[in-house]
Ligand binder design. Structure first.
Ligand code: NI
Length: 140
């Protein structure tokens, strides 16, 4: 039997603090650009992270990937490092001075995780900062 491509998604959640701020700008301009995310004394978000891999189901297991293994890899490479952290200060893979926006986080998360995915392919990183705002990154 020939099988097609299947997309498998695992959700993980974490909480983290951040501040979006450009030093060279006035308080007013920062407030205008970043809104509440520019709050001087930090604030937090409850992030929802959706990681999707793609592949053909294994003929024996029927799995694209063992989802327990995927969950472990996401925790090891991403969630354990960002959960309950300050994204501006605490995380070794977020370059100092890079704005910890959802956009930048999605790219960095891809770079963290992608080398560990074997026997199938990482398809996307989808990251919700609030229930109404999310980004998706496909590694391109
Ligand atoms: Ni924010």
């Amino acid at each position: 039997m020939s099988t097609g491509m299947v997309y498998l998604t695992r959700r993980e959640r974490f909480n983290a603090a951040h501040k979006l701020w450009v030093e060279a700008w006035s308080d007013e301009k920062n407030q205008q650009m970043f809104g509440k995310c520019s709050n001087r004394n930090w604030h937090g978000h409850n992030y929802d992270l959706f990681v999707t891999v793609k592949g053909q189901p294994d003929p024996v297991t029927g799995f694209v990937m063992d989802v327990k293994e995927l969950s472990k890899l996401i925790k090891m490479t991403i969630v354990d490092k960002v959960d309950h952290s300050n994204l501006n200060l605490d995380v070794d893979f977020i370059p100092k001075g890079m704005q910890p926006t959802t956009e930048n986080l999605a790219i960095l998360f891809w770079q963290q995780l992608e080398p560990h995915i074997k026997n199938c392919k990482l398809h996307s990183i989808k990251l919700y900062e609030t229930e109404n705002i999310y980004v998706e990154y496909f590694g391109e």
